[in-house]
Write a protein that binds this ligand. Structure first.
Ligand code: ASP
Length: 307
């Protein structure tokens, strides 16, 4: 099969060219290019879509420009609580973690849960104990400290407000995710996030919830979401796209448009998705000003930020 490929995102929101410097734009473009290439390299050599998704997300988690791993936002207690999930479209098996601290690469633990546990979603200390069996890398609180994100938190600290990382006053960054179709015809999806700035500690968003922030099924599509988690949860967005394809016969593009541009918008949510179907079609759909995004297949590599 030569229709294999990968699509990634680094968050959606109020991302305006007028607020971007050329240096920042180059930094984002380079980071997205590195991540999409890391995933594509796995696919090109016959690796699985799960490994490609993991490889791309590790790159994004290690880059402080994005709100996942290093660079994760601060919660109301000044901590970094991270959520991540990964799903295999061939088996419908999945692994996810929520509200986990100090893990260098949350997506790696989500994938270990997929591979080695009968459970799907693990949280807090239990997830950390599970990680300890696999020599998964932990990092100190200082590793996750990012001065820009700290200032972002200071602006809303002590209030009831919580915000998307890429909200209006700081039009940057966000949750990361990837979807891939491999040469064996299998789809996978993964999503990883620090959540929303000043979220209450213990708050879990859409990203680790299978069917909401992440979904993969070889029969339909692989989807990774970003945006306001409380709305994506109400809309069950990732599974909604799959259902629109399965039950209504919509194409991936039409299903993503319906779920995100119409249904998510109608309930007041901001966000976007990257998606792939089993034929290798790729969509990168969002209902806000911009989404950090990239995709690559045998024909092209696309890297974009704005509408
Ligand atoms: N969806 C994430 C959350 O609500 C935030 C984001 O996508 O930036 O936790």
């Amino acid at each position: 099969m030569n229709n294999f490929g990968i699509a990634i995102h680094g968050g959606a929101g109020t991302i305006l060219k007028s607020e971007m410097t050329p240096e920042k734009e180059t930094a984002y473009t380079n980071a997205l290019t590195n991540a999409v290439d890391a995933g594509y390299a796995v696919l090109e050599t016959g690796g699985t879509s799960l490994l490609a998704v993991e490889a791309a997300i590790i790159e994004l988690e290690n880059c402080p420009l994005f709100n996942a791993g290093k660079g994760a936002v601060f919660n109301s207690a000044g901590q970094h609580e991270m959520d991540a999930s990964i799903m295999d479209g061939a088996t419908l098996n999945a692994g996810a973690i929520a509200a986990v601290r100090n893990l260098k690469n949350p997506i790696v633990l989500a994938n270990k849960i997929l591979q080695h546990s009968d459970h799907i979603l693990m949280i807090g200390n239990g997830a950390i104990q599970f990680a300890e069996q696999f020599k998964i890398k932990f990092e100190s609180d200082e590793y996750f400290h990012d001065e820009y994100r700290y200032q972002q938190w200071q602006n809303v600290k002590g209030t009831a407000s919580f915000q998307l990382d890429h909200s209006k006053d700081r039009p940057y960054l966000g949750t990361v995710g990837a979807v891939a179709l491999d040469q064996h015809g299998n789809l996978a999806a993964g999503t990883s996030t620090g959540g929303m700035t000043n979220k209450k500690f213990g708050r879990v968003g859409d990203s680790p919830i299978i069917g909401v922030g992440n979904y993969a099924n070889n029969k339909t599509c692989a989807i990774s979401c970003t945006g306001s988690g409380e709305y994506l949860m109400r809309a069950v967005s990732a599974y909604d796209i799959s259902c629109l394809m399965e039950y209504k016969g919509l194409s991936l593009e039409a299903a993503a448009e319906e779920a995100i541009v119409h249904r998510l918008t109608a309930i007041g949510g901001d966000g976007g998705i990257v998606g792939m179907d089993a034929a290798g079609n790729i969509v990168m759909t969002f209902n806000c000003e911009g989404m950090y995004r990239a995709c690559r297949n045998a024909r092209e590599r696309v890297v974009r930020i704005y509408k």
